[in-house]
Design a protein around this ligand. Structure first.
Ligand code: MSP
Length: 659
């Protein structure tokens, strides 16, 4: 069933360290689910952010010789930069040190205190310094004769503190969980919480004396204390959407459709948070979904083992979309998954380079060779011919299965189904043999084959767009479609590609990757370093630090990876509020596209019209001041700072390859 709104959250990440693959995973998952709901046309709100208070952050700051706020300010940027790089489309980013959050936490504390939900008491018991929680002796699984004090991190504490009357909600919570099976997912995690609730539930200590921990939100009713970091952090899910500030906005989004979390923070989200909400008189989130952990090979990822996977390294080596795809395809939601670079390369080459990338190349090459780079003529109605009808039907059933697997949080299964549709399209081509059809003087059979395969690819690209947004837009542009985000209606409709419309430039979507043996592996369990052939300068630089020594020369094939073409300027105009930029419409062979160029200080728009220029035609489209720039023109700067466009010595056709 399609919801009428979709509000999704990730955990807010501690700013004690840089982001790793686990953080990237949850955030990409939230992004994929958000994009999928946008594809379906569902109003969506996606929240992520950072958890900036508490002992972990205070300790990290002390180690770095910084104040906790400085530590937070420095680290938050790493998260924000990574999300930008990963094309994460969060609607908001909340930091718990922001007044819009901290002030709401204070109000909630005061309100609960005034209503007697929070009280002061003497605590004399055990404290786990690692998890910053008060613990019961019976929960520690002690061996006979063993004392809690014998365990690492457990200390005896005697202090006066404030407590939230969590225990009074125990029976209510058990009943609520039992009556709402979707509330905690997967099922075995629900059972885990119910197991936890079988034992008596204590009240929750929500304060820390400043003498022990100063870095937190001060209790409004006692300045000697700060708020316990988890009580503070959980409130982000409502403070960010306007709780106590903007009632209409809050009602618009709450309750959350999903709180995505890792399995280690289940109790805080399925016991503390629901009881806090209950005390505030607010409805429960629809689903708390706990995913498993990424292991590196079969080993837990940890700083001390030196095997922490840095998402930035992976993106530098393979690009953003393959990384997103791997994480989504490899993890069965709920279970742990294993990350190795070998598995990554295997999957990349099999699914992306071979199956999907080659499919697009085949279709485009044949369309360029035999239909002048235009969409060939196909049936305007859903095809009734057997092979074509069967293929379209297979693609459509993949589309509906993707919808249900998203609703059931079986992302890996949904992706597997789309990749199956890709393979079915490849099988269709093998069966139709378009390269033989091309020898026929009757062009119609070849046109039908190519049109059908292109329509299948168009639909598939929409289904894969939430996972690989950049690459799927490239694919769609290559099919002659606009750069806009796709919609599900289009994916389900036959005949969107217009016969005779220009296709985009042939693109190599997923160059094959190879795994090279290297003395030092960048990722602890990986056998070596991987290079994606045909990557940009960024990846080359990164590679050279760990791979073979950099070479001074490049091969002719390397040079040919840059698709340099002649182009004619058809129109040119200045861009508003950008005194250096011009927007050019250019003709590259049969294709018309726009580029944005920083040449306004050197050329007037009028002086450019009709001129032949040289462009890099296969450069990834870039968004410059809100305008999509599809290519880059070439120019040189003279000693005195003037700019000279590169052009041809005499007439040349547009779209001609520069070599
Ligand atoms: N700040 C708290 C969350 C507060 S939410 C109100 C926190 N932060 S964290 O930065 O330590 O962890 C954030 C998330 O990363 C958790 O969901 C945790 O499960 C997840 N992961 C940490 N290591 C992981 C893997 N190796 N694999 C997958 N996720 C992992 O907890």
């Amino acid at each position: 069933m399609i919801p009428d709104k979709f509000y999704i959250t990730t955990p807010i990440y501690y700013v004690n360290d840089r982001p790793h693959i686990g953080h990237a995973y949850t955030t990409i998952l939230a992004d994929v689910l958000s994009r999928f709901h946008r594809l379906l046309g569902v109003p969506t709100w996606f929240l992520t952010g950072t958890d900036e208070h508490g002992q972990k952050v205070q300790q990290a700051a002390a180690r770095a010789g910084l104040t906790p706020q400085e530590q937070a300010d420095r680290t938050v940027v790493r998260f924000q930069e990574l999300w930008k790089r990963l094309e994460i489309t969060n609607d908001d980013f909340i930091r718990t040190t922001e007044p819009r959050h901290a002030d709401v936490v204070k109000e909630i504390l005061q309100d609960l205190y005034d209503r007697g939900e929070i009280y002061r008491a003497e605590y004399d018991g055990w404290y786990d310094v690692g998890s910053e929680t008060f613990v019961n002796e019976r929960d520690l699984n002690l061996a006979p004769g063993q004392s809690p004090a014998d365990l690492p991190n457990i200390v005896r504490i005697r202090e006066s503190n404030y407590f939230f009357r969590m225990s009074q909600y125990q029976e209510w919570l058990i009943r609520y969980i039992e009556e709402h099976p979707r509330f905690i997912q997967p099922d075995f995690r629900r059972n885990e919480t119910l197991g936890f609730l079988r034992k008596p539930l204590n009240d929750l200590c929500i304060s820390r004396p400043k003498s022990r921990l100063a870095w937190g939100i001060e209790l409004p009713f006692d300045p000697d204390y700060v708020c316990y970091v988890w009580f503070d952090a959980l409130v982000n899910y409502i403070s960010a959407i306007g709780y106590r500030r903007d009632e209409a906005r809050f009602r618009r989004w709450w309750p959350a459709s999903y709180h995505l979390i890792g399995k280690d923070i289940l109790t805080t989200h399925t016991v503390y948070w629901p009881t806090m909400l209950k005390a505030m008189g607010l409805p429960m989130p629809e689903c708390v979904f706990a995913h498993g952990w990424w292991l590196v090979g079969q080993t837990k990822m940890s700083k001390s083992l030196g095997n922490v996977v840095n998402p930035m390294d992976m993106i530098d080596r393979y690009g953003v979309d393959p990384f997103r795809y791997f994480l989504m395809a490899e993890m069965v939601l709920g279970q742990d998954a294993s990350f190795t670079e070998e598995a990554f390369v295997r999957r990349y080459n099999a699914d992306l380079a071979n199956d999907l990338g080659n499919l697009l190349s085949r279709v485009l090459k044949l369309a360029y060779a035999h239909f002048e780079g235009k969409v060939p003529e196909g049936p305007s109605e859903t095809p009734r011919t057997i092979a074509e009808g069967d293929l379209w039907h297979a693609v459509q059933s993949a589309a509906s299965e993707v919808e249900s697997s998203i609703a059931e949080m079986r992302i890996d299964a949904g992706l597997a189904r789309v990749m199956e549709a890709v393979r079915e399209t490849n099988r269709y081509l093998e069966q139709k043999q378009p390269w033989s059809q091309a020898k026929d003087s009757d062009r119609r059979p070849l046109a039908l084959t190519l049109y059908t395969a292109a329509e299948a690819l168009r639909s598939i690209s929409a289904l894969l767009w939430p996972v690989m947004p950049g690459k799927m837009i490239e694919l769609r542009v290559a099919l002659g479609l606009p750069v806009d985000a796709p919609r599900i209606e289009g994916a389900k409709q036959w005949g969107v590609l217009q016969p005779g419309a220009s296709l985009g430039m042939p693109v190599m979507l997923f160059p094959r990757a190879r795994l090279e043996k290297a003395a030092t592996a960048p990722v602890a369990t990986a056998a070596g370093v991987v290079t994606a052939e045909g990557k940009g300068a960024g990846s080359q630089k990164k590679q050279s630090a760990v791979g073979p020594p950099p070479t001074e020369t490049i091969s002719y094939e390397d040079f040919m990876k840059a698709d340099l073409r002649t182009a004619r300027v058809l129109a040119a105009e200045r861009m508003p509020n950008a005194d250096k930029l011009l927007r050019l419409e250019i003709e590259v062979g049969a294709e018309r596209r726009q580029i944005v160029a920083g040449i306004a200080k050197h050329y007037t728009p009028e002086s450019l019209i009709g001129r032949t220029i040289i462009v890099v035609a296969n450069l990834k489209p870039a968004n410059i001041r809100g305008i999509e720039s599809c290519g880059m023109l070439l120019a040189v700067t003279t000693d005195d700072g003037a700019l000279r466009l590169l052009t041809t010595d005499g007439d040349a056709p547009t779209g001609a390859r520069v070599k």
